[in-house]
Design a binder for this molecule. Structure first.
Ligand SMILES: [Ca+2]
Ligand SMILES: [Ca+2]
Length: 112
């Protein structure tokens, strides 16, 4: 009787271990698990923003996608690196440039 119970516990333990391992593996390989992470595809986002499909995202189009128009405008201006008033896909998908105004390392130390 005791053996059976301990066997059941063992197999339960093993399947838990397998699940945990699979989860850990999935977490380690997020890209391989799902080919083409659609959420992170800037081209898809860009396509949605370009509502008139003229191949570029205007300020109005960009604003329309944001809740806060003022913030949208400042983000837009920051992204529009060649200042032609429209975002190319390249500009849109470019990584944020490091902002020189506030750097974390410049923050006052809290340890004191
Ligand atoms: Ca457009
Ligand atoms: Ca531009």
């Amino acid at each position: 009787m005791h053996d059976q119970t301990s066997n059941m516990k063992k197999s339960l333990f093993l399947s838990t271990l397998i699940v945990a391992t699979s989860l850990a593996l999935l977490g380690a390989n997020p890209v391989r698990a799902q080919d083409g992470a659609k959420k992170k595809d800037p081209a898809k986002k860009y396509e949605k923003l370009d509502t008139d499909k003229n191949g570029s995202v205007s300020l109005d189009e960009f604003k329309a996608s944001k809740k806060d128009p003022a913030k949208a405008e400042s983000v837009f201006n920051a992204k529009d690196t060649n200042k032609d008033g429209a975002l190319s896909l390249e500009e849109f998908s470019a990584k944020k440039p490091k902002s020189p105004k506030k750097d974390k390392s410049a923050a006052p130390a809290k340890s004191e």
